[in-house]
Design a binder for this molecule. Structure first.
Ligand code: RFL
Ligand code: PHB
Length: 390
């Protein structure tokens, strides 16, 4: 098979780029290892920044998001038994975020690809990237017993943290920066009315908790747990009890609980791979960088990569201008590192660290005290949370 752009990974990054390129007549193929059902069963992000929402609209995929997504103009930080609100709208100069699940957004992207007869190949096994530094790269994969080959101009590695693309870059070329946190998030999705119409990030000595939502009838909650915990060890009842303990009483009293429809543990990690380009391979999204979910930046950072990559591809194919492609890695990384900094800061401020000394705890308290006493600090938080400009 021959195409212009071969995209590895049919998650939100890969599908969004595929859709945007196709709308401009740039032929592409998406190779996804899993089934569509599997991809759509992953419960992940919930908060989209303005720039991402715009990109979805540009991809002609924003209709349901605009209809069903919720605009959030603020969120709460619960600490020391009280709730402080971060007024995003006020402190970001009128901006907001959209609460719309990654699952729904990915479904919208798949449906858009279907409508345009986009080529998304599922169950692509054993994907291998070849001749990335030459003029004629190609990708091979197995489909059942058949070995298939895709010849292309460019390969996009949008295959997430565990994908094959980043690993195809020689060790001597790639530099990796990583911080692994000594805890994970246990998440529960339940068909219950959310405890709060706006998100609550809760700092508590027993551990961090987050009250989020997908709609006014679908709640998403998380609690910080040790890495040694197994999801099977957490009954629904134990989860709700622990969540309640970590919230201010006025909140836990009005918590409506119900059976979990999904329950999983995600480890927390910060990770960046540099550079994000190797020859004709370009990395995007989780394939190149991971953040702990505390700042809701992961999917949003993927979106900014796609924005840069999309415009770089337009430059190449429509104007014969390669400056976007040449500048991609540096431009994307500059923004990626700012999302890293913000996510790290939110994580450090709000979690309980098993090895922290009294001095560290005092600094955490002071971070919060400073935040809610300084308009400059609130502006900085709001500016980062609603998303820095692309
Ligand atoms: P994905 O979603 O991992 O998709 C990659 C796809 O590539 C496929 N794949 C392969 N395909 C072919 N060959 C191979 N060898 C392959 N290896 C892998 C995979 O099957 C998959 O379909 O990466 P992408 O597209 O870059 O998207 C990134 C986002 O998924 C991620 O950043 C966010 O979910 C992070 N995140 C959040 N981000 C936000 O912006 N806001 C949030 O509120 C937010 N909350 C979260 C999150 C992530 C979480 N977890 C579970 C890590 C909450 C959680 C709990
Ligand atoms: C979510 O709803 O899954 C969610 C929201 C905000 C975060 C992380 C996850 O910071």
């Amino acid at each position: 098979m021959k195409t212009k752009v071969c995209i590895i990974g049919g998650g939100p990054s890969g599908l969004l780029l595929s859709q945007l390129l196709d709308l401009k007549g740039i032929d592409n193929v998406v190779l996804e290892r899993q089934s569509r059902e599997y991809v759509l069963s992953r419960i992940r992000a919930g908060v989209l920044e303005h720039g991402f929402a715009e990109l979805m609209r540009e991809a002609q995929c924003g209709e349901r998001m605009d209809r069903e997504g919720e605009i959030h103009e603020g969120f709460y930080i619960a600490h020391d038994g009280r709730m402080d609100r971060v007024d995003l709208h006020r402190y970001s100069g009128g901006s907001s975020v959209v609460v719309y699940g990654q699952t729904e957004l990915t479904r919208d992207l798949y449906e858009a690809r279907d409508r345009m007869n986009g080529r998304v190949i599922h169950h692509a096994e054993d994907v291998k990237l070849h001749e990335l530094t030459g003029d004629a790269p190609y990708v091979t994969y197995r489909s059942g017993d058949e070995l298939e080959r895709v010849d292309c101009d460019f390969v996009i590695g949008a295959d997430g943290f565990h994908g094959v693309s980043r690993k195809s870059i020689p060790k001597g070329v790639l530099r990796e920066y990583e911080r692994v946190y000594p805890f994970g998030w246990l998440g529960v999705l339940s068909r219950t009315t959310p405890v709060s119409p706006e998100l609550i990030y809760a700092k508590h000595e027993r551990g961090f908790a987050l009250c989020s939502l997908r709609s006014q009838v679908l709640s998403r909650y998380y609690i910080q747990v040790p890495l040694s915990d197994k999801v099977e060890e957490w009954s629904d009842e134990a989860f709700w009890d622990e969540l309640r303990r970590r919230l201010p009483e006025e909140v836990s009293q009005r918590m409506i609980t119900g059976p979990s429809i999904e329950k999983s543990i995600a480890p927390l990690r910060s990770f960046v791979a540099e550079p994000m380009r190797h020859g004709r391979l370009f990395l995007a999204g989780d394939a190149a960088h991971i953040v702990p979910p505390t700042g809701a930046r992961g999917l949003n950072s993927a979106a900014s990569d796609i924005h840069y990559l999309y415009h770089a591809m337009l430059g190449h194919y429509l104007n014969g201008d390669d400056s976007g492609l040449d500048g991609y890695s540096a431009k994307a990384l500059a923004r990626v590192w700012k999302a890293q900094r913000f996510s790290w800061w939110m994580t450090m401020m709000l979690h309980t660290f098993p090895d922290s000394i009294d001095y560290d705890k005092k600094l955490q308290e002071t971070d919060l005290a400073y935040l809610f006493s300084s308009e400059a600090a609130l502006r900085s938080l709001a500016e980062n949370y609603v998303g820095l400009p692309f």
